[in-house]
Ligand binder design. Structure first.
Ligand SMILES: C[S@@+](CC[C@H](N)C(=O)[O-])C[C@H]1O[C@@H](n2cnc3c(N)ncnc32)[C@H](O)[C@@H]1O
Length: 202
């Protein structure tokens, strides 16, 4: 199921709800994710525009999202920060972009929101619109191997599902090969619960 409606409800409070995580956990990771990024860049599932401070100044960035309400918040952040980004309402599973358009595709905490059956269609679409020598970088949650942390995450899971439609166990990497992509890098960037996936065409 598409998650636009869920985010429409939460859009106005999203930044507030996420504030502690944003400052203590996500900011350094976002910076890392945009390291060396340039040219034509897609921020897929742009949300309220939390990645905007890290966009490359010389890049041509497009941010897409399914939720008009999240995009409205992104427009406010764009104006506040004076960032050059084109914001468009679009579904990552079926975008309007031509083949091989982007040098880099970035998606932070998008795939943890997509249902299992949407993982491969979304990856296939990103493959289509990314240049053959381009790179797709994803930031995703996963359950910790530590039993205590895992238990705490399991307590959080229903809330995360209710508010964000998200899950900690999407296993996006399982759909990579079927989408015609190759996993060239997979590593944890925060404890053993947030990982970076770097994908390229096979
Ligand atoms: C957890 S938020 C992450 C937002 C932002 N990337 C960040 O790092 O803060 C997930 C975003 O993905 C968007 N989204 C969900 N399904 C989508 C889809 N099929 N196509 C495009 N955006 C989608 C939601 O509306 C929401 O804004």
């Amino acid at each position: 199921m598409a998650k636009g409606p869920a985010y429409s409800r939460v859009a106005r409070f999203y930044d507030l709800l996420d504030l502690p995580f944003e400052y203590w956990r996500y900011r350094p990771i976002r910076r890392l994710l945009f390291d060396g990024v340039g040219g034509a860049v897609l921020d897929a599932g742009v949300g309220t525009g939390r990645n905007m401070p890290f966009y490359p100044p010389s890049g041509e960035v497009v941010g897409i999202d399914l939720s008009p309400q999240m995009l409205a918040q992104a427009h406010k952040r764009k104006a506040r920060l004076g960032v050059a980004v084109e914001l468009r309402e679009m579904d990552v599973r079926a975008t309007d972009f031509p083949d091989e358009w982007f040098d880099f595709v970035i998606a932070t905490f998008l795939f943890c929101v997509l249902e299992d059956e949407d993982q491969q269609p979304a990856l296939s679409e990103l493959r289509r619109i990314c240049k053959p020598d381009g790179e797709i970088r994803l930031l995703e949650y996963t359950y910790s191997a530590n039993p205590v942390k895992r238990f705490v995450m399991r307590l959080w899971a229903p809330w995360v599902r209710l508010i964000y439609g998200a899950a900690f166990d999407r296993h996006t990497e399982r759909y990579v090969a079927a989408a015609g992509l190759e996993l060239v890098e997979e590593r944890f960037v925060f404890q053993d619960i947030i990982k970076l996936l770097v994908l390229r065409q096979q």
